[in-house]
Design a protein around this ligand. Structure first.
Ligand SMILES: CC(C)(COP(=O)(O)OP(=O)(O)OC[C@H]1O[C@@H](n2cnc3c(N)ncnc32)[C@H](O)[C@@H]1OP(=O)(O)O)[C@@H](O)C(=O)NCCC(=O)NCCSC(=O)C[C@H](O)C(=O)O
Ligand code: MG
Length: 283
């Protein structure tokens, strides 16, 4: 059972030390330190050096530290991969992954460090099961901006253009026990719109949402963590099922709905998640 929460995963441009400093005090579960799209070509080399320095300085507490490098076929990919292998980070995120061989190639440089994959091209969607199956892969991140672009689609509120890809990637990730995080919500001042998209992502099975601004953190944490009502229901389901089992029954009823052992598994996961989140908050 995956216990570490990934409710809120905040991108920070590697070129912005002030934003990096701010993140040391934000209640995010994970940070993606970006060297790719958030950093202009002129700033790439300096951003790489800044990031290495800031990560070495530490101060990120329990926040999971992921470094997003540039694609290996870009002018900066090779130097990024070599630098990331030496950085004080927890994982390396590769953009536009389209096949498992790209993960092999990265792992030859980054060694035992876990690899995460940006899922953001049509070919990446088709190959999602093979990518998720790679033994070095720990997590997947949806890149919905690139996916909309590559599909020649339109970004609509209901996300209809990317819905099949989102579902396919969730299935692939779950089939192999990988973490999977939803794409960003670009209108970072629109908290209500973000809440709608978080709810949709949570309902689909995502572990959390990637974010671009501190104002989005609270909404993501609220939607992807278990609510008080869910925790209360989980406790009551477990208690009712155990009481029924003690009487030789395989099914209990809570709030007019049946509770079987599979529901108890989910209930136990809810409680474990709540405990893990509480432990991080207490640090
Ligand atoms: C979107 C922004 C450019 C807005 O920046 P700004 O105008 O500076 O915002 P504010 O003035 O409201 O900032 C207030 C304070 O918050 C700090 N801040 C801002 N953003 C972040 C952040 N991401 N992490 C940490 N701290 C942040 C500012 O420094 C201010 O601090 P202070 O001065 O001390 O008060 C900006 O938010 C931004 O650059 N966001 C990140 C954009 C990004 O990373 N984009 C790339 C990832 S998205 C992507 O590529 C997805 C995928 O690949 C796909 O295809 O979909
Ligand atoms: Mg992208």
């Amino acid at each position: 059972m995956q216990l570490r929460p990934f409710r809120s995963v905040l991108y920070i441009p590697g070129s912005k030390p002030r934003a990096i400093e701010k993140a040391r005090g934000l209640p995010v579960d994970a940070i993606i330190f970006d060297l790719e799209d958030a950093v202009s070509p002129d700033e790439k080399d300096e951003a790489r050096a800044t990031l290495a320095r800031e990560l070495e300085a530490g101060g990120f507490g329990a926040r999971y530290r992921i470094v997003r490098i540039n694609g290996r076929d870009s002018a900066w990919g090779e130097a990024d991969a070599e630098a990331a292998a030496m950085m004080s980070c927890d994982a390396v995120l590769l953009p536009k992954v389209e096949n498992p061989a790209q993960i092999d190639a990265l792992a030859r440089i980054t060694g035992d460090r876990p690899v995460w994959a940006m899922m953001e091209t049509p070919r990446g969607m088709i190959e999602a099961p093979a990518i998720a199956a790679h033994p070095r892969l720990e997590g997947m991140v949806m890149g919905t901006n690139d996916l909309v672009k590559e599909l020649g689609a339109r970004a609509t509120d209901d996300r209809v253009a990317v819905m099949s890809g989102l579902g396919l990637c969730v299935i692939a990730a779950r089939a192999h026990g990988r973490v999977i995080v939803d794409g960003v919500y670009n209108a970072f001042k629109d908290v209500d719109g973000l809440a709608v998209e978080c709810r949709q992502g949570r309902d689909m099975g995502f572990d959390g949402k990637t974010l671009i601004h501190p104002a989005q953190v609270e909404t993501a944490n609220a939607h992807f963590g278990p609510s008080e009502a869910e925790i209360d229901l989980a406790r009551r389901q477990i208690a009712a099922y155990e009481a029924a089992a003690a009487e030789g029954q395989g099914v209990a009823v809570v709030d007019g709905r049946i509770v079987e052992n599979l529901h108890v598994d989910t209930a136990r996961k809810v409680l474990a998640q709540a405990e893990a989140i509480g432990a991080i908050a207490a640090e």
